[in-house]
Design a protein around this ligand. Structure first.
Ligand code: GH3
Ligand code: MG
Ligand code: MG
Ligand code: MG
Length: 296
């Protein structure tokens, strides 16, 4: 596991690195708050040991900045500092730190506390994986989608940008299962998920498994034409997998139908559900029109 040590005094970094590297952790270091923030963003450490007294941006300010960034807020922070007053310590906890170690410290105690918080972090990560990801396809699940939709809806409202939902449903999948077996059906869903989440210039910004043989995508800030390009590319990617059907359906391989809808949210009183309903209706149209097509 990776630990980021932040301290303006290189000797302090050396001492802590020594204690922790011996315990098998991978160490990176920063000598000021700004470097710490950028290193945390790029290397996503599992734990941050943070000094308080540093020039320019002190440890408290650095911790506040970490907690304000949703992509970094989950990284546990332990203050390691000579400031030993109760007020200093409570301030550290108020800012969201998980622990507070005062200098001079004892090597064994530092190692144990670090170990405890890394174990807790591992358990949290595992729980998050289990509750937000689908085990068959490794895509975010319905719960993750619901939360993300809510976030993106509010963001689009704030920024006055568009938000689009694409509902993707595998065509004649019951027939595929019936003819090839459930195992092969599972494998097909895995392959479809893999091409749907493939990053590219015209990929969706979020792709999840909505349930069964249905997937759902979110596209931020697109025009209607842009959205058409994205969903048409998704449809084409699945078709080009050429997963051959044994059942007598046309074409001979697995395809998807996609219904997409776009809007610019204008009021908090309008729920994101209306966009989901519109995408659902579009999907119904794509199916009615003959499948293996998009309806925007
Ligand atoms: P349509 O083109 O109208 O969508 O037809 P369809 O057969 O795809 O639709 P239907 O809703 O009748 O059938 C969906 C099938 O998807 C039925 C179900 O067995 C299958 N399915 C759903 N989840 C899974 C899964 O996790 N694994 C496998 N193998 N099959 C699944
Ligand atoms: Mg210092
Ligand atoms: Mg379906
Ligand atoms: Mg289907």
């Amino acid at each position: 596991m990776r630990i980021l040590i932040v301290d303006d005094v290189p000797d302090n970094i050396r001492v802590l690195s020594h204690i922790l590297r011996d315990a098998g952790y991978q160490i990176s270091a920063a000598t000021n708050g700004r470097k710490a923030l950028s290193l945390a963003s790029t290397s996503k450490p599992d734990l941050i040991l943070l000094d308080v007294m540093m020039p320019e941006m002190n440890g408290y300010e650095t911790c506040a900045a970490l907690k304000a960034d949703p992509t970094l807020a989950e990284i546990p922070v332990i203050f390691v500092t000579a400031l030993a007053d109760v007020e200093d310590e409570t301030r550290g906890f108020d800012l969201g730190a998980v622990d507070y170690i005062t200098k001079p410290f004892n090597d064994v105690i530092v190692r144990r506390r670090v170990q405890t918080h890394l174990e807790l972090k591992q358990q949290r990560d595992r729980l998050a994986r289990l509750s937000y990801f689908d085990s068959l396809t490794a895509l975010p699940n319905r719960r993750a989608f619901d939360e993300r939709l809510d976030q993106e809806w509010h963001r689009a409202l704030r920024n006055q940008t568009s938000l689009a939902i694409a509902m993707i449903d595998v065509d004649h999948f019951k027939a595929y299962n019936d003819s090839r077996g459930h195992q092969a059906g599972d494998e097909a869903l895995r392959m479809i998920a893999a091409v749907l989440r493939q990053p590219s210039q015209r990929a969706a910004d979020f792709m999840g498994r909505y349930g069964g043989e249905e997937f759902v995508g979110l596209v931020n800030g697109a025009s209607l034409d842009g959205l058409r390009d994205v969903v048409e590319q998704l449809r084409a990617r699945v078709e080009s997998l050429h997963i051959v059907h044994a059942a007598p359906v046309e074409p001979r391989w697995i395809t998807v139908s996609i219904g997409a809808a776009l809007c610019q949210p204008s009021s908090l009183f309008v729920p994101a559900q209306i966009l989901l309903d519109a995408a659902d209706r579009a999907l119904y149209c794509a199916k009615q029109d003959g499948r293996n097509r998009v309806h925007v």
